[in-house]
Write a new protein. Structure first.
Length: 374
């Protein structure tokens, strides 16, 4: 019996890879292993740029995601006092990027991807802890019995055990602030980002009755509190709506808080029949909204390469060659964007200096349709 390809992690990257493999009748046998007791997401939403939409089209679920999501209109960046730093025209930005951005709840995206894969291929409560391999066979180490596999894909996120096996002592450093995310039961806003001194608040519409929001505030790491909404209401005291309105309409239980870390890229992404993708390969700061988008591109690209070759190791080598350069630039730009936002408020005026056309060309190279390899 042919050994399966094991995918460590059943999040967006892992499920998208499995869905991409499932597109042919002779799909590569696969098995997803995830340490969580059930599938799902920690809540929140994701903004899908045109490169991610192109990846979802490649996987075969683009239209379904478009129907589940909410296309975004023109966006504005302002100071906390309401001064406009940047306002993008919808038609101009869509033309430059190759299409609109789409906001969708993470849970909806997970359900759409999960529905594409073969039943019984997800092992829940099974954490992948490492591996060893001999030529074209991999023994996947878990908390229980090891799993024999033809190949192993580490889609196990920022804390990836696979990445840390490929690169022991993988360095990381706290960026200086956490990122909060939540969904408010109030809608009707236009997309907006508001910048203040060492802090940021953004609102993305999810329809008429819901909004996705995100925030960063410079403070020490590991400072989680019982009521994150109350903490943010204090941190953003005096800021105008929609900040106060969306926080007031958010259930504190649904809010996520994660310390933002600058983690180095592993020295290598592949080890014969082993590869890492998504955050496991290239964790990045959230400010360009490309973490999940780049994971979807990874999954679509790797699925096609695996469909086109009988050798996982050859597909993995081709994948790293194709993706490492482009995504390294995105990691660098995301870090630069975070530094530009988290400065004294008087310096934010310099964001107005870059012409719209130049900024859109830069963003198109990062997240436009043309940033998808095919």
């Amino acid at each position: 019996m042919e050994q399966p390809l094991v995918i460590a992690g059943a999040g967006i990257a892992g499920l998208a890879l499995a869905a991409g493999l499932q597109r042919t009748e002779t799909a590569t046998p696969y098995l997803l292993a995830d340490e969580r007791p059930e599938l799902g997401s920690s809540g929140g939403a994701i903004t899908l740029w045109p490169n991610a939409i192109a990846a979802l089209d490649e996987i075969g679920v683009g239209d379904e995601v478009r129907r589940a999501g909410h296309p975004l209109g023109a966006g504005t960046i302002t100071t906390r006092g309401g001064r406009v730093l940047r306002s993008l025209d919808l038609e101009q930005s869509a033309a430059a990027l190759g299409g609109p951005l789409v906001a969708v709840r993470r849970g909806d995206l997970i359900e759409i991807l999960h529905a594409q894969i073969k039943p019984g291929t997800v092992l829940l409560g099974t954490a992948v802890r490492g591996y060893r391999h001999d030529h074209d066979r991999v023994q996947v180490r878990t908390d229980g019995e090891p799993v024999e596999a033809s190949a192993l894909v580490g889609a196990d996120g920022y804390r990836s055990e696979i990445a840390r096996t490929l690169h022991p002592g993988l360095p990381e450093r706290y960026a200086g602030y956490p990122a909060w995310r939540g969904i408010a039961d109030v809608g009707g806003f236009e997309p907006v980002q508001m910048w203040g001194a060492h802090r940021e608040f953004g609102v993305v519409p999810l329809g008429e009755d819901a909004s996705y929001w995100f925030a960063t505030v410079r403070e020490p790491a590991g400072g989680a509190v019982g009521d994150e909404v109350a903490h943010l209401e204090a941190a953003f005291s005096g800021w105008p709506d929609p900040v106060r309105e969306v926080l007031a309409a958010t259930d504190p239980v649904s809010v996520t808080r994660n310390d933002v870390m600058d983690r180095a890229l592993p020295r290598r992404w592949t080890d014969g029949p082993v590869v890492v993708i998504g955050d496991a390969a290239h964790a990045m700061r959230p400010h360009l909204g490309q973490g999940g988008c780049q994971a979807l591109v990874d999954a679509a690209v790797l699925a096609r390469l695996l469909r086109q070759t009988r050798s996982p190791a050859a597909a993995f080598t081709a994948f790293e060659s194709l993706r490492r350069g482009p995504v390294t630039r995105v990691v660098g730009l995301s870090r630069a964007a975070g530094r530009a936002i988290n400065v004294p408020s008087g310096l934010h005026q310099f964001a107005r200096l870059m012409p719209d056309a130049l900024m859109l060309r830069t963003l198109a190279k990062v997240g436009g349709t043309g940033a998808f390899p095919w």
